[in-house]
Write a protein that binds this ligand. Structure first.
Ligand code: TXA
Ligand code: MG
Length: 343
């Protein structure tokens, strides 16, 4: 058995013991599932890069438990916490927010891919928290964990997805389907001003409201802050989160026109094209398999990666997606779809 019920003490205990012994294992968070190792054990963290096929210069996020709302974990890994970062922790932790902070030189070098900063997150998922607390009791101050998928592929939002990525050899704590469904919002707190590196469930407007200060985009920061090169972030590579099928974004009219041009293609008994759109589309072709996108961004984020995986499982060759609205609430979903389309 490679999947353990995350809601039992026995599972939590055995997984925490495995982490303390330097072994890898997957666990749920409210964003996506993570592939975890003791962040302070460089040899254990190196196994994550090997398992994922991830280049060793792409830093990992370190997950900490919620003791003093994450502050104890932060004190272990970070050498300084600017006032706006303190405020973000108070408002959004535990939750789907990662903060990049200056790293203590003596911890987490491999997890941080050698950078002088470290990404820290205090997740809200009860199974993640139970695991992190038990780990701390065993002397493990934090779990380095990227999304539990092969490098460049879609993040997993269920235990079954993780098994699909890594097979039966990996122990997976099952905590159900992820409520947020896309990866955490990342704010870089090392450049004097808060810089948004990756949009996620928490939007820029919410972040700004919490700190009463503007959030910079990475481009703005690179242009206006002298010597402030962006830290490396693999989730910010243009081509990422990719299904096997080719994904294209189109507006509703373009999508309908493409379907009309296709006409009836009766020779295909299996769908070769999947559509994912908020509008109702007309198609008489058996080659097309349609799926409705929810009207709101939160519901779409929650199902997005599972829907893309389902399309892949059905063997479609093309995925035509209606471009999400240009409003801020859709930033996270739009970002993931644009990266999937760029692959
Ligand atoms: O929701 C999430 O963030 C999930 C769950 C498991 O916590 N994790 C996740 O990890 O998405 P991963 O490795 O797939 O993406 C982590 C992102 C990458 O873009 C990485 O480059 C960036 O965080 N990151 C981590 N540490 C960093 C650092 N010191 N400086 C800049 N970017 C960093
Ligand atoms: Mg990832």
């Amino acid at each position: 058995m490679s999947v353990l019920d995350g809601f039992t003490d026995a599972s939590i205990r055995s997984c925490a013991q495995a982490r303390a012994a330097g072994e890898l294992g997957a666990f749920p968070t409210e964003t996506v599932y993570g592939l975890g190792a003791d962040a302070s054990n460089d040899a254990a963290v190196a196994k994550i890069f090997a398992a994922k096929g991830r280049p060793s210069n792409h830093p990992l996020i370190v997950h900490v438990d919620d003791s003093r709302q994450g502050a104890d974990g932060v004190a272990h890994f970070a050498s300084a916490v600017p006032a706006f970062a303190q405020r973000l922790m108070q408002v959004f932790w535990p939750g789907p927010l990662t903060l990049i902070l200056p790293r203590r030189a003596d911890v987490g070098a491999v997890a941080a891919a050698g950078q002088t900063s470290i990404g820290l997150r205090c997740p809200a998922h009860p199974v993640a928290q139970a695991l992190l607390r038990q780990c701390r009791a065993l002397g493990v101050a934090g779990l380095a964990a990227p999304s539990a998928n092969q490098f460049g592929r879609i993040s997993p939002t269920s235990a079954a997805h993780v098994v699909g990525e890594f097979g039966d050899g990996l122990l997976v704590l099952d905590g159900g389907s992820c409520a947020v469904g896309i990866e955490s919002t990342i704010v870089d707190c090392t450049r004097g001003v808060p810089v948004l590196l990756r949009p996620g469930g928490i939007g820029a407007a919410q972040l700004q409201a919490a700190i009463g200060q503007r959030i910079w985009s990475d481009d703005e920061a690179v242009q206006s802050l002298p010597g402030a090169a962006a830290p490396r972030a693999s989730g910010t590579l243009e081509a990422h989160y990719a299904p096997r099928a080719k994904l294209r974004l189109m507006d509703a009219r373009g999508l309908q026109t493409a379907l009309d041009l296709l006409g009836k293609v009766p020779q295909h008994s299996d769908p070769v094209i999947a559509t994912y759109a908020r509008v109702v589309l007309r198609s008489a072709s058996q080659a097309v398999w349609q799926r409705r996108m929810p009207q709101d961004a939160v519901a779409t984020a929650q199902q997005l990666f599972a829907v893309l995986r389902e399309f892949d499982a059905r063997g479609v060759k093309l995925i035509w997606v209606e471009t999400p609205p240009a409003t801020p609430d859709w930033d996270g979903v739009r970002d993931r779809l644009q990266r999937a389309a760029a692959a």
